[in-house]
Design a protein around this ligand. Structure first.
Ligand SMILES: Cc1ncc(COP(=O)(O)O)c(C=O)c1O
Length: 414
């Protein structure tokens, strides 16, 4: 990414002023939302966009009256903004849904109707269940589901992936980045291999899109899913489809529903305020970038924020690495392509107890498997439970330092 955009500590403090939730205190302690992988906080312009919709046009689409026409325009604009964020050709590539999981199930049901007994589907041992469960369900259609193994390093076994992709493979469902340990997977290799046998490539970008510019124009997946609540927007799911890909599928659809992409997988009435909020979230991110077009601007912003977040991740990794009894999981930060998500355990201390003690002083982190039980099982994580710290654009080094001090205290007391 060539860009003259910089996002530094000063930019972070400027951004922080936009997020009302960051002013909260918990028992007198400043709140530190280090739970971004679970969902980010929402800046004022996104809240304002949603409030504006409720104030002025909380109506159905395609009506012959002004608020409905305005709503149609806003929704189209939001699809265009997301298309720019994902590097897509246009709004007809962007379907909206309740969340990523629901869209993945809808997509799987549609693809399932094209599956024949003996067809092979590939999922990975690293992925969130939302990119495993919907595909595993297709065993009901006679599909055989195989898993790309996870290595003890926290990376996928690409030699095994190469062996597992055969003429029988119909699709590979791959996470771009692990929400549990931050690994970024080799999407280019996945595309090469799937293309060589005519299989579909389905990418789960839920944990990737908040931290890396997405270029569907370069990666060329058949489908890519993400969720706006992970990148400063509301709880809305997004499905990108390669031109023609969605139109080729027998989706679940009412006869009254529009039968073309992006609408043919969008069942029922969606939230207009939510969709407007998604558009506003992309616009908000674009404020931090420079470029000739919105696509360039939002990509430059995300790339610059990623550098900042990576530095925080690197700092935290090194600080925790030095603490006795603390074990870090996954690849370290010498890899540039790694999400700023740090998962650790402390010997003989329950992950939930650590999260609780951090929570008491206002530091919000998740513990558990984060709906990705397979990697913690494969990696033999004690108690199958990690403590996960995720950095977002509004996190600071001070917050990371506070966390390190608290973890050091927990580790000393054990
Ligand atoms: C990597 C990953 N995939 C999928 C999901 C599911 O997303 P949603 O909550 O939008 O269904 C999550 C949620 O945390 C996730 O982190």
């Amino acid at each position: 990414m060539t860009s003259n955009t910089v996002f530094d500590e000063e930019s972070c403090y400027r951004a922080r002023a936009d997020f009302p939730a960051l002013t909260r205190k918990i028992d007198g302690h400043a709140i530190a939302f280090l739970d971004g992988p679970g969902g980010t906080q929402v800046p004022k312009p996104v809240i304002d966009a949603m409030v504006d919709c409720y104030h002025n046009r909380n109506v159905n689409t395609h009506g012959n009256f002004a608020p409905s026409a305005e709503s149609d325009e806003q929704i189209l604009e939001a699809r265009c903004a997301v298309a720019d964020m994902l590097g897509a050709a246009g709004p007809e590539q962007i379907s909206i849904g309740q969340n990523m999981t629901t869209l993945a199930f809808s997509l799987a049901r549609a693809i399932g109707r094209t599956i024949r007994p003996g067809d092979e589907l590939l999922v990975t041992q690293l992925d969130h269940e939302a990119n495993r469960g919907p595909w595993q369900l297709l065993t009901e259609q006679g599909a055989v589901v195989r898993e790309v193994p996870l290595l003890p390093t926290g990376e996928l076994d690409y030699a095994a992936m190469k062996r597992l992709i055969t003429e029988k493979t119909r699709l590979l469902a791959l996470g771009c980045s692990s929400n549990s340990i931050g690994t970024v997977n080799d999407m280019r290799l996945a595309r090469e291999l799937t293309r060589s046998v005519g299989a579909l490539l389905i990418l789960d970008a839920v944990h990737y899109a908040p931290h890396f510019p997405v270029h569907v124009n370069r990666l060329d997946p058949d489908f890519l899913l993400c969720s706006a609540y992970k990148f400063y927007g509301p709880h809305v799911g997004i499905l990108y489809s390669r031109p023609g890909a969605l139109d080729a599928l027998p989706t679940d659809r009412l006869i009254v529903q529009e039968n073309v992409s992006p609408y043919r997988i969008e069942t029922g009435t969606l939230s207009p305020a939510g969709i407007e909020g998604v558009g506003a979230a992309v616009e908000y991110l674009a404020r931090f970038g420079r470029g000739a077009t919105r696509m360039e601007t939002v990509h430059a912003a995300v790339a610059a924020i990623a550098v900042y977040e990576h530095e925080l991740g690197q700092y935290l990794w090194s600080a925790l690495e030095g603490l006795p009894g603390v074990r870090l999981w996954g690849v370290d930060f010498s890899q540039a392509m790694r999400a700023p998500t740090v998962s650790f355990t402390v010997d003989d201390v329950d992950a939930a107890a650590i999260a609780k003690s951090l929570g008491k002083v206002g530091i919000c982190v998740w513990d558990g498997d984060f709906y990705a039980p397979r990697p913690v099982e494969i990696l033999n994580v004690p108690g199958k439970s990690l403590v996960r710290v995720g950095f977002s654009m509004y996190n600071t080094k001070d917050e990371a330092e506070r966390l390190v001090q608290c973890v050091a205290a927990v580790a000393r007391q054990k």
